[in-house]
Design a protein around this ligand. Sequence first.
Ligand code: F6P
Length: 320
Amino acid sequence: MKLKIGVLTSGGDAPGMNAAIRAVVRRAISLGLEVYGIRRGYDGLLDGDMYPMNVSSVADIIHRGGTILHTARSERFMQPEGQDLAAARIRGAGLYGVIVIGGEGSFRGMVELNRRGVRAVGVPGTIDNDIPYTDYSIGFDTAVNTGVEAVNRLRDTATSHERIFVVETMGRHSGQLALAVGVAGGAESILIPEVPLEIEEICSRLRRGLERGKKHSIIVVAEGAGKGFDVARQIEQCMGTEIRVTVLGHVQRGGTPTAFDRLLASRLGAKAVDVLYEGGSGLMIGIRGTELVTTPMEKVLEGKKEIDMELYRLAEDLAR
Ligand code: F6P
């Protein structure tokens, strides 16, 4: 009898998740395994909503954003009774183990499954790139590119009208996305939750720019550092000028994944199957430099992804 494994996506979707699902399914099949797709993350697992996948189930998805398995932030699964039931569902379906593609919340759930004797391996997928022990998570590169594209467009109109724009990126608890968008988009100031920056400091930079004849500016604000509209109102007060605000929101979570994300997702997904097949569990597959690395999930969850302060200082230095 063939060994069966399950795969699910959980939490916020991220471009490249489909490429990861494709890699999981196809590597598993080439190892002679059966694969079950679990729909709607842990919510679907609780309902036993799973189906057998074959090579064709993942045809034509490598370029598609979102996740064909759908996703959820399951309230029911947060409860210990939900976690017991989920573990029972996996055993009941005869699954040898599961691969969880998601972010921190999804990995916390995975650890609960491990504690209940379920084998599971995690693949980092979140546009926030806030998972430690991996340089990148699936979806980040695409979201950065989407953000930069938006900043490029806003810069055109900001220049024409000689306006200041505040652009709010996603990142509830993390400034990784805002920092990358800000540096690559040439923002004048970047506001992220990890580094305190007084509004007055932003205003004095804007004033210095004005003195040099610079009449337009882009300020990138991570969602976790404050609402873009609030930040804009405060800057309006110290600058005495009207400011336009663009909240990028969920636009950053959609779209066709970049080649970088597809490559990353393909490598991480296939490796997760190898690790699970070789008996590994309670592990996350990540990338360090160009190498794939495996880290115990408990360690990942205790860690914190630090902001690259060198990059942050570079942004300040270059934004003149
Ligand atoms: O975790 C990814 C993320 O996109 C965060 O950046 C954002 O704060 C959150 O999800 C939004 O979640 P929801 O889709 O539930 O509104």
